[in-house]
Ligand binder design. Sequence first.
Ligand SMILES: Cc1cc2nc3c(=O)[nH]c(=O)nc-3n(C[C@H](O)[C@H](O)[C@H](O)COP(=O)(O)OP(=O)(O)OC[C@H]3O[C@@H](n4cnc5c(N)ncnc54)[C@H](O)[C@@H]3O)c2cc1C
Length: 370
Amino acid sequence: MMDLIKENCTACGACSNICPNESITMIPDSEGFLYPYVCKEACMCCGLCESVCPIINRPDCENTSDPKVYAAWSIDEEVRFNSTSGGLFTELAKAVISKGGCVTGARYNKEHLVGHYIIDSEREIPLLRQSKYVQSETGNVFKHIKERLDKGKQVMFVGTPCQGAGLQSFLGKQYDNLLLCDFICRGSNSPKVYMKYLESLKKQYRSDIKKVWFKNKINGWNKFCTKIEFENGKEYYADRYTDLFMRGYLKHNLYIRPSCSNCYFKGFPRHSDITLGDFWGVKLNDDESIDTDKGTSLVIVNSSIGQQCFNSLGDRIFKKESSLEAALPFNQCAVKSVDMGEKRDYFFSEIDKEDFTELINKIDRNEDRI
Ligand SMILES: Cc1cc2nc3c(=O)[nH]c(=O)nc-3n(C[C@H](O)[C@H](O)[C@H](O)COP(=O)(O)OP(=O)(O)OC[C@H]3O[C@@H](n4cnc5c(N)ncnc54)[C@H](O)[C@@H]3O)c2cc1C
């Protein structure tokens, strides 16, 4: 029977995927984060859930602590514009699919919530593309990945570092046909809070939402803008300082998952073959031509499988070798967890009573009296 301390659970889903009796369901708590719930009547006390948990038993990691580091971007301007950083995810995904493989990543569903799905065709890559700043539900995807790996199919998985570690634990052995990619992760936000944010905007714009696009680059990558398209044709556009969801995330640290403030998967060596991120600060290096504000990916290659796949991209990408020393000062989330904000408890005590916009504005104005 699962005996996991709630604060440390990341909702990777390894336990619910491995349970032979399907007696573990992931259920949201009052903050909207999923946690495993064990049905005592159905549980056979086999202990598999505990042994597979990457927090209780961290999977082995043979990757290097001294990875190769690159600044890179897709030379396809459309791919680069439509991606969060430099479009390296798309180029890696294309490479895997062109060899008959499949790709697993996060996509929006009809309600604009986020879950992990498997795609088999290049046509579907845009569904997985772009960062969604809300926790993605893994569902049964680990089981489906294992089925494909066991049949010898090439699989690329992209997710948070904890999701990658969960998959590795679930698989229980090394697969040469798996390309595991994670990204530098600041923390996953509550799906419930994200829905409250969308509800608030829907009220203001008197319309349902058609599309959410975080880190839209129309005014440049560095602006970190959120674009939302409404069914009535209107558009919302706000940068990281004015968009209230981003303010709550980046300025006040109000609604990341508790486990993200004590993340077990920071630093090096990493469990993934390749780690992706934004190469913030790249223009401060010697080569001024490298920063064009169209987005630059930080690519950290942690294993020989990762290096092989990265090399196979050839001239589809621009790349320049760099170093952790150049990248990490601008990307501390690679090595350090973010603290939970001091107003987090207040925020969650009010969120069911107050409109999201009103509440963040109140916190911004320091009117919360906590
Ligand atoms: C919650 C979150 C926090 C991040 N924090 C940082 C950070 O602090 N520093 C930094 O340098 N980079 C961070 N990133 C990563 C960065 O935003 C880019 O996703 C990454 O650089 C890849 O960009 P790309 O242009 O290659 O591909 P993109 O096309 O942007 O691909 C994004 C990939 O991430 C996957 N993905 C998107 N959203 C989620 C999600 N919610 N859960 C799991 N997988 C998801 C997609 O399936 C896709 O494979 C974060 C991403 C997310 C989702």
